[in-house]
Design a protein around this ligand. Structure first.
Ligand code: PLP
Length: 395
């Protein structure tokens, strides 16, 4: 018999699974071209061409026994050093390979961080709306997720609410910038404000409270908005990074964890991150793609593709009376549902072949998320369906 814990978790995620299956069912009836699946954040922009040439070069250059073999659980030292130097160049820091641990994407990076820092009953604060799987990442490692709402409408952090939520059991505050599901970006003064709260509360409770910065959308930014680099503002920070979105490589499972060189117990922390990587069964990040990343540090995907999608859909939704903060990054729109029951609204959208995710999954009922990392042509084709959906709920 499977565990009660997993059985319950299955119940919690059945909505998304049902939606996924519904997408297939609808595609079978109406044809895939007539189903508007905005449910999953799977990038539609291809990875840079350099990824392909890098793979070929590496296969020719490297000793296969080394390339395909076990390695340090933290990853190849040369790759970790290349990433550290890249961070230093971009953000004026002073990292070395000793401050970087390779990860199997951001999802595993977060698991590894929580296994490293959490004792049973420790609390992790996150800001709603948030990436739904955070619930499992924290619970799996014995922690308790404490959800603090952001300001309604702007979805910017409420510093007073964060401060009020911190207790002697708080181990970390976790942010995600640019944000999934809202696409909003926290500015420098906000990050400085969070750092000040954490300094004050760490002092008050006599132990450090970590900041975890989940950064997979760091480069997916529009309109020249600057995303502050969290490590610059608070020493006890874990930056969890992934190439799933920034280089469109979600299937390759590659990312890293970076810490400030002056983090409390930095050396032991990195050793524990490496040990956690092994203990959780990842062992190490994929070898070939670590090497690929080292050759692709200056590469990027064409963010203008997402920006065009955002503009088309955002403007259309606004013209229909929907309310939504204009995303400045990532590739999601977080829209106010036209009825309070977001699940019912998403069900109604399905009748128009539109697949979207209820805000409840992100800890924010009354909204829904659209992932617009799909083709422009598909979005254009969906506009009529959105119009019909809005008319159904017009007051
Ligand atoms: C905010 C956020 N964090 C983490 C992840 C996990 O990403 P990865 O594919 O790197 O595990 C995602 C994926 O969508 C995400 O949106």
């Amino acid at each position: 018999m499977i565990s009660k814990k997993m059985k319950n978790a299955l119940g919690g995620s059945s909505l998304i699974r049902a939606m996924f299956e519904e997408g297939h069912r609808l595609a079978g009836i109406y044809g895939p071209e007539n189903v508007f699946d905005f449910s999953i954040g799977n990038p539609n922009v291809p990875a840079p061409e350099r990824v392909k040439t890098a793979i070929k070069e590496i296969l020719d250059e490297e000793d296969p026994v080394v390339l395909h073999g076990y390695m340090s659980n933290a990853g190849f030292e040369d790759v970790r050093e290349a990433i550290a130097q890249d961070i230093n160049k971009k953000y004026g820091l002073n990292l070395t390979f000793k401050n970087v641990v390779m990860a199997v994407g951001a999802g595993s990076g977060l698991q590894v961080v929580f296994r490293t820092i959490l004792d049973p009953g420790d609390e992790v604060i996150t800001l709603a709306p948030f990436f739904g799987p955070y619930r499992g990442y924290v619970a799996d490692n014995g922690g308790k997720l404490v959800i603090v709402p952001t300001h309604i409408g702007t979805f910017q952090p409420d510093l007073a609410a964060i401060e009020a939520a911190i207790t002697p059991n708080t181990k970390a505050v976790m942010i995600n910038n640019p944000n999934n599901p809202t696409g909003v970006i926290y500015r420098e003064d906000t990050i400085k404000g969070i750092a000040a709260v954490l300094d004050k509360k760490s002092e008050e409770y006599g132990h450090c409270i970590y900041l975890i910065s989940d950064d997979p959308y760091r480069e997916l930014v529009y309109d020249d908005v600057e995303v502050p680099y969290t490590l610059k503002y608070y020493k006890n920070t874990f930056v969890v990074y992934s190439y799933s979105k920034s280089l469109s490589l979600p299937g390759e499972r590659i990312g890293y964890i970076a810490i400030h060189p002056e983090m409390e117990d930095a050396e032991d922390t990195v050793q524990c991150l490496a040990m956690a990587t092994r203990d959780l069964g990842y062992t190490n990040a994929p070898a070939l793609f670590q090497k690929v990343i080292a050759k692709c540090l200056n590469e990027s995907v064409d963010v203008n593709v997402y920006k065009k999608n955002r503009d088309l859909l955002y403007n259309h939704l606004l013209s229909l009376g929907f309310e939504c903060a204009k995303p400045e990054g990532a590739f999601y729109l977080f829209v106010k549902s036209m009825i309070p029951d977001d699940n019912a609204f998403c069900d109604a959208a399905k009748k128009h072949n539109i697949l979207i995710v209820p805000g409840s999954f992100f800890g924010c009922p009354g909204y829904f998320r659209i992932a617009y990392c799909t083709s422009y042509a598909k979005i254009e084709k969906s506009l009529d369906a959105w119009t019909k959906l809005a008319k159904e709920f017009a007051k």
